[in-house]
Design a protein around this ligand. Sequence first.
Ligand code: 3PG
Ligand code: CO
Length: 553
Amino acid sequence: QVSWKLADHPTLPKGKTLALIVLDGWGEDKPDEYNCIHVAQTPTMDSLKQGAPEKWRLIRAHGKAVGLPTEDDMGNSEVGHNALGAGRIFAQGAKLVDIALASGKIYEGEGFKYISECFEKGTLHLIGLLSDGGVHSRLDQLQLLLKGASECGAKRIRVHILTDGRDVLDGSSVGFVETLESDLAKLRENGVDAQIASGGGRMYVTMDRYENDWDVVKRGWDAQVRGEAPHKFTNAVEAVKKLRENANDQYLPPFVIVDENEKAVGPIEDGDAVVTFNFRADRMVMLAKALEYQDFDKFDRVKVPKIRYAGMLQYDGELKLPGRYLVSPPEIDRTSGEYLVHNGVRTFACSETVKFGHVTFFWNGNRSGYFNPEMEEYVEIPSDVGITFNVQPKMKALEIGEKARDAILSRKFDQVRVNIPNGDMVGHTGDIQATVVACKAADEAVKMIIDAIEQVGGIYVVTADHGNAEDMVKRNKSGQPLYDKSGKLQILTSHTCQPVPIAIGGPGLAAGVRFRNDVPDGGLANVAATVMNLHGYVAPNDYEPTLIEVVNN
Ligand code: 3PG
Ligand code: CO
């Protein structure tokens, strides 16, 4: 039985409107021409940094500070928002899968037993993101799973690949496919009929999120389940090389691998087993629904084979989706959102579709829906569909700012929480000029929200979930930009390992509140206790310590 009542903060008052702004993909790094945040005009964020030094600091947003396996793991929005919302550091999917594979426990679990019953007569299909990005999936985990499944009796295996170029360099897909092909060749030498069956770029095929564009999932379904796609190849390396002539890794069109009679080698059939091998939820939930739900009306599936399906993890704890999974997800319980609602803090959360689940679902510990609909309002602004965001770098920043402003001025909420996506979503396109425009737009949205806070006498907390826009090039160890063989600058589309800023302020901030200097390693998980304090409460004992203290002048 959880005791939800939070103790009163000894000095900080309740009832101040608090704006909690998360800039997506906004890290701190040296000022140079590839630091789009530095290049862009960002007067609001600059003034927070140059203002009172005890009200601005950096916090850790990558690696172990957010529950990732190693310090080389860049931050990402899932683990970042989980940490921000939950106030504690949980071993995340990437790590839990590593442990389950290393110990072999993955093969003893219910989920694996369930799918392995198809191994005798059916095919095992593995669908997921093929890279070593470590954000949604990892190639080495797929390799171990392939080996383990074949040792456990899988005789026919088909891999449906999604090429990356977003968490890793564009163009790296070719190498990943070559590695996978050589692994599959080894399996074939050992008598396992193993092949790549289909593929496509992650942003165009399968990995949509938050129901932004079901056509993305449909394109994948047609290739993976029906064996139909506009492009047919007999070899996956050839396919990726050829399709890259007109698209980058993220956006490759769907293709299927066919035999000498032009027949697809691996559509999903009755009696087959399917595993989606991504550990991260947001971009697998939609496919999981298509695979699992009897009543499904988002697109015409045409063919609905009777399969046994398991996710690498369970992707949504509230929907229990999918019902079967190979590794139990982190149990992110007692999040700050749930506590605050129990203590009467009325909450408003908003972003545009592509980041909406970040400030709701991830924030609340991978849980969809409200804790208490009477206390909360979540507003989703529809994202533009079918474009890459370098074309529209302002995205919906203005609209998010307006919604937040209105929510603040309405005085109906104690916490108004937003995610401003620009730095991240445009940063991922690798378009430096557009990312500069994106950062400016994000800064303007911050200003709009802070201005509203000024009007109501409230408090603001501005931070970010991980780095991205502050560094747009791949660098060597001494920090120099790297060029490829043809002399082209290597653009960094991915996140970074940089720390992120956090700033506090506003007329409602009590006198004497400042950042402590005894939590130098503070990270995203320390923000929840900080925010609870600013709402007038003391955080639960097991939360990471608050970043602030109150000094009497
Ligand atoms: C994506 O899913 O777009 C990237 O892999 C990670 O970006 P995010 O963690 O910022 O959502
Ligand atoms: Co991102």
